[in-house]
Design a protein around this ligand. Structure first.
Ligand SMILES: Nc1ncnc2c1ncn2[C@@H]1O[C@H](COP(=O)(O)OP(=O)(O)OP(=O)(O)O)[C@@H](O)[C@H]1O
Length: 272
C-alpha cells in the first residue's frame, strides 16, 4: 500500500492518533451554532457526543474531518489537530484528511448496485490509496472481518451491496471506511436506523476497533453511550445561544457523578 505525504508523520507516531478540537466555532450563514468548543479525543478510545437535538453534535463531528465546509454558507473558526497536524492547514488536501478521518453516517449508504467486494474497495480510488491487485482480496477479507461481516457475506462477495439488510449495510459501510486505513472513525448515530440485534453487532464492532482506531460517536441512546464509550462530552444549546460543551469526562463520571446539574438532568432523562 502506498502512503502519501504529508500525513506520514502521524502514522509513524501513532497508528491511532489523538484528535483535538481547539476553540471550534461554527456558523451556517450568520447563525452561530457552536461556540468555542474544545475537546481532546484520545487515541485508541471511544468518545461519545451526547446532548439534545439541535445542540450541534453533528455539526461538531463534521468539523472534525472538514465536511462542514462543504455546506454552502457554512464557516468555522478554531483548530482541529490530528496528532501534531492541523487538518485545516491549507497545505493538506481534502482527500488526504478524509482518508485519515473516515465517517459513517446515520443512514447506511453503500453503493447499492455495486458488489459487496467493490463497495469495500470503493474508497481506495476516491482517496488515491494504492493497493496491489493481488493484495486486494486479503484487504477485503480483513476489513469485512474487522467490521464483523465476513462470515455472513464471504460466499456472496459479488452480490450487490443493496441486497444486504440495513444492519449488514451499515457494517459494509464500516468495512469501506476501514479499507483506507483511517486513523479516526467518526460515527453519526450509526445505529439509529437499525434493529436491536444489528445495533448490538455494531457496538461489538466498535469495541473491537478501538485498539486500532480513534472513534468519535454521536448518539441519542444513553445506554449505548454507556456501553461503548470511554469518555463523553455533553453538548447543550440553551435558548438562542450556540451549542457548547457543558461537561466532559470519563463516561462513568459523566453518568454516575456529573458535576453540572444540567448534565445530571439530561443523562437521567429529565429533558431532551
Ligand atoms: N445545513 C444546515 N443549514 C442550516 N442550519 C443547519 C444545517 N445543519 C444544521 N443546522 C442547524 O445547526 C444547529 C445544530 O444542528 P446539528 O444537526 O449539528 O445538531 P445535533 O445536536 O446534531 O442535532 P440532532 O441530535 O437532532 O441530530 C441547529 O440549529 C440546526 O438547525
Amino acid at each position: 500500500m502506498t502512503i502519501t505525504q504529508p500525513f506520514d508523520a502521524v502514522e509513524a507516531e501513532n497508528d491511532a492518533a489523538t484528535l483535538e478540537a481547539r476553540a471550534v466555532s461554527a456558523w451556517f450563514g450568520d447563525h452561530k451554532v457552536l461556540d468555542r468548543v474544545s475537546l481532546t479525543m484520545p487515541a485508541q478510545s471511544v468518545t461519545a457526543l451526547i446532548g439534545p437535538s439541535g445542540c450541534g453534535k453533528s455539526t461538531f463531528l463534521r468539523t472534525l474531518n472538514r465536511m462542514h465546509e462543504l455546506i454552502p454558507g457554512a464557516s468555522l473558526a478554531g483548530e482541529v489537530l490530528l496528532g501534531e497536524v492541523d487538518i485545516y492547514d491549507s497545505v493538506w488536501k481534502l482527500t488526504e484528511v478524509r482518508r485519515h478521518i473516515g465517517m459513517v453516517f446515520q443512514k447506511p449508504n453503500p453503493f447499492p448496485a455495486m458488489s459487496i467486494y467493490d463497495n469495500v474497495t470503493a474508497g481506495l480510488k476516491l482517496t488515491g490509496t494504492k493497493v496491489r491487485r493481488d493484495e486486494r482480496d486479503d484487504l477485503v477479507q480483513e476489513c469485512l472481518t474487522r467490521a464483523g461481516l465476513w462470515r455472513e457475506v464471504r460466499d456472496r462477495l459479488r452480490q450487490p451491496g443493496g441486497a444486504l439488510s440495513g444492519g449488514q449495510q451499515q457494517r459494509l459501510c464500516i468495512a469501506r471506511s476501514l479499507a483506507v486505513r483511517p486513523t479516526v472513525l467518526l460515527m453519526d448515530e450509526p445505529c439509529s436506523a437499525l434493529d436491536p440485534t444489528s445495533t448490538r453487532r455494531i457496538e461489538e464492532t466498535i469495541a473491537d476497533l478501538t485498539s486500532e482506531v480513534t472513534i468519535v460517536i454521536v448518539t441519542h441512546n444513553m445506554q449505548q453511550a454507556q456501553r461503548v464509550s470511554d469518555q463523553c462530552a455533553f453538548f447543550l444549546a440553551e435558548e438562542g445561544t450556540p451549542g457548547a460543551i457543558v461537561e466532559h469526562g470519563d463516561t462513568s463520571q459523566v453518568f454516575d457523578s456529573p458535576v453540572d446539574s444540567r448534565t445530571a438532568d439530561y443523562v437521567h432523562g429529565r429533558f431532551g
